[in-house]
Design a protein around this ligand. Structure first.
Ligand code: FE
Length: 200
């Protein structure tokens, strides 16, 4: 997805330019140091990632009681698997069914369940995704490769800083013999945002 209005000098997104400017100012003032910032970025890029969310989904597929707890209180259930941390105070897990498909967006900025899914993809922050997921979700999903039957209801969830969303995708058919770990390997980041399905 292209998003022309977020690009400024030398092809860098304006958010990146502004962030670098703020960072260098804060470093100059002694408020933060660059090593700490790098450590924080590396943590979310390398140590936390969609694999965490995939473990949560696979557990919910094989353990009905865990699934119940996950749908009741997402963060508490994720904590059982050792997942959690700053940037997510409340996690609402929404379940896909044969008749309901859920998709997540942050219309205002880029709120995302970082401790569960890691760093959001660039397109998630684009103004095209943020506006079109609300205006014409069915068409946008089809363009992203997910064509849903007209009879399937699409529910779009708008993330805010206080509450983030995680889609619990449908378990694909033909995966009855797979272990929890094998199931987790099938679960993609995009399926947990709700712009794809999990396929076997
Ligand atoms: Fe946001």
């Amino acid at each position: 997805m292209t998003d022309m209005d977020t690009t400024s000098n030398q092809g860098k997104p304006w958010q990146a330019v502004r962030t670098e400017a703020v960072e260098s100012l804060l470093v100059e003032l002694g408020v933060i140091d660059s090593a700490r910032v790098d450590e924080f970025v590396r943590h979310y890029e390398e140590k936390v990632g969609p694999k965490g969310g995939a473990r949560v989904v696979a557990r919910a597929w094989v353990d009905a009681h865990f699934k119940q707890r996950l749908l009741a209180d997402g963060l508490a259930a994720c904590a059982e698997l050792g997942l959690g941390g700053p940037e997510t105070e409340k996690l609402h897990v929404v379940e896909n069914t044969p008749t309901v498909h859920n998709a997540v967006v942050c219309t205002l900025c880029s709120c995302y369940p970082w401790p569960i899914l890691g760093v959001p993809p660039a397109w998630y922050k684009s103004s095209a995704y943020r506006s079109r997921m609300v205006r014409e979700p069915r068409r946008l999903l089809a363009e992203m490769g997910l064509s849903l039957d007209p009879s399937v209801e699409i529910r779009v969830w708008d993330s805010v800083s206080e509450i983030r969303y995680l889609v619990l995708p449908e378990r694909p058919a033909g995966t009855e013999g797979l272990s929890e770990e094998q199931l987790a390997d099938l679960v993609t980041r995009d399926a947990m945002i709700g712009v794809a399905k999990v396929t076997a």
